[in-house]
Write a new protein. Structure first.
Length: 128
């Protein structure tokens, strides 16, 4: 049986697509993050949900996500959230929230919207 200790359910504050990074909003609901400096990021939605629906969120561990731009995993393994819930290479003064997990078939992403696997760990220390 799969371990589900790393999955929580929350009410969506807005429309959320599958594999989007989500954050806690002021009303205690899951919403898209405000960007790479959002320290309220919770995890990754595991399916799409409309506003008011319940969505399952992985708060730590391996999950599928969507790229916000082309990413080369060997040179940019640490990733931050963009304001649309996709992940991009982390830049200074932002929170790394995940590490790209390359495999023999996927060592980079071609562009926005492409799905790939990461180890999600959430925001902790701002990249200097």
């Amino acid at each position: 049986m799969a371990n589900t200790d790393n999955i929580i359910t929350m009410v969506a504050a807005e429309a959320i697509t599958a594999y989007s990074v989500v954050a806690l909003n002021a009303d205690g609901k899951a919403a898209l993050p405000t960007g790479g400096d959002d320290d309220g990021i919770l995890g990754v939605a595991q399916r799409g949900a409309a506003a008011g629906e319940v969505v399952e969120i992985i708060v730590a561990g391996i999950t599928r996500v969507k790229a916000g731009a082309g990413i080369t995993f060997a040179t940019n393994p640490l990733l931050m959230a963009a304001d649309d819930g996709e992940l991009v290479a982390v830049t200074s003064s932002n929170y790394p929230v995940a590490r790209a997990l390359p495999n023999i078939n996927q060592k980079s992403t071609a562009g926005a919207g492409e799905e790939f696997f990461v180890y999600f760990f959430g925001p902790s220390i701002v990249l200097a």
